[in-house]
Write a protein that binds this ligand. Structure first.
Ligand code: AKG
Length: 294
């Protein structure tokens, strides 16, 4: 269990730049555990029995040089959940977002192999219009030491203030990952597009705003570049009743805009509340959907 805290300077830098790099978010033991679980997940072995919400790469089905991606691996694997659903991550995201608490919107399990193709530069919040507060704060955790040549995530400094664009043309393996980014820069009248690669040791990473432009280039190194991302939203977020999101609106009940904590757990709230199933679930005392022990 980590208990890192952000300084006022880091919070100020986040407001100005739209991201901050952090030297250590999870421990070396947690990095080793998550790497092990990635082997299972990308073989399609679900520890809880439940399939993740998105399995965007499968061996034999998808090109080997595409970045492997799973969304909501935490529902399929309680070991992964134990690292991801930590209160410290929720607290940091809530402080950066200026929220009363943080819920997990979804996770992202990423594996870019050597030679792996880019992910197009995009704004995360453009994909979250099915929520009343699409803004988010994400915690991006490196599982390998990263380098600029190794296809690490890159943020465009200050681009969270360029305004809101829509979803990009091609997210996975675009020929040119910056096509939509450069159009957005032109619309915003930005003279400088400063791409900042996040170079950290495994276990370190970054926090980024839902409106910052970011993506990643080809992995030009001989080692994989894996990352685990917790995309958080304000605990006050609800479903937008006027916008159906193709995947996540399936968790919306008819006539009810409240989000169910089974699917969008509260990691941290300033009044001390935390979704009760998280502790027994991540300690593997209960499996998916079971009652919380008294
Ligand atoms: O790790 C990457 O290549 C991109 C990650 C990303 O898009 C995100 O964390 O929102």
């Amino acid at each position: 269990m980590n208990n890192f805290d952000l300084t006022d300077q880091q919070i100020a830098a986040f407001r100005t730049d739209g991201f901050i790099a952090v030297a250590q978010i999870i421990s070396p033991e947690e990095v080793a555990l998550v790497r092990e679980r990635y082997e299972e997940l990308f073989q399609g072995r679900w520890e809880t029995g439940l399939m993740p919400d998105e399995v965007n790469w499968r061996e034999g089905r998808d090109p080997p040089d595409h970045t492997r991606q799973i969304c909501n691996g935490w529902k399929a694997d309680r070991y992964l959940a134990s690292v991801l659903l930590q209160p410290a991550i929720g607290r940091a995201c809530a402080r950066l977002g200026g929220w009363p608490g943080a819920r997990l919107r979804q996770d992202n399990v990423l594996w870019k192999p050597p030679g792996g193709k880019p992910l197009g530069f995009h704004q995360d919040a453009a994909y979250e219009q099915w929520t009343t507060i699409p803004d988010g704060v994400s915690c991006w955790i490196a599982l390998d030491d990263t380098t600029a040549a190794g296809g690490t995530v890159e943020y465009v400094r200050g681009s969270h203030r360029w305004g809101q664009a829509g979803m990009i043309e091609q997210f996975h393996a675009p020929e040119n990952p910056t096509t939509d980014l450069l159009k957005a820069a032109a619309r915003a009248g930005a003279e400088v597009v400063e791409r900042v690669p996040i170079v950290v040791k495994a276990g370190g990473g970054a926090f980024h705003s839902g409106w910052i432009w970011h993506g990643s280039d080809v992995n030009r190194r001989a080692v994989p570049r894996r990352a685990l991302v917790a995309h958080c939203m304000s605990s006050a977020t609800q479903f937008d009743p006027h916008h159906v999101g193709a995947i996540y609106s399936r968790y919306k009940r008819f006539g009810d805009n409240q989000m169910d904590e089974s699917y969008f757990p509260t990691l941290w709230r300033e009044d001390g509340y935390r979704t009760p199933f998280i502790e027994p679930y991540t300690r593997r005392l209960i499996n998916w959907g079971a009652a919380v022990p008294p």
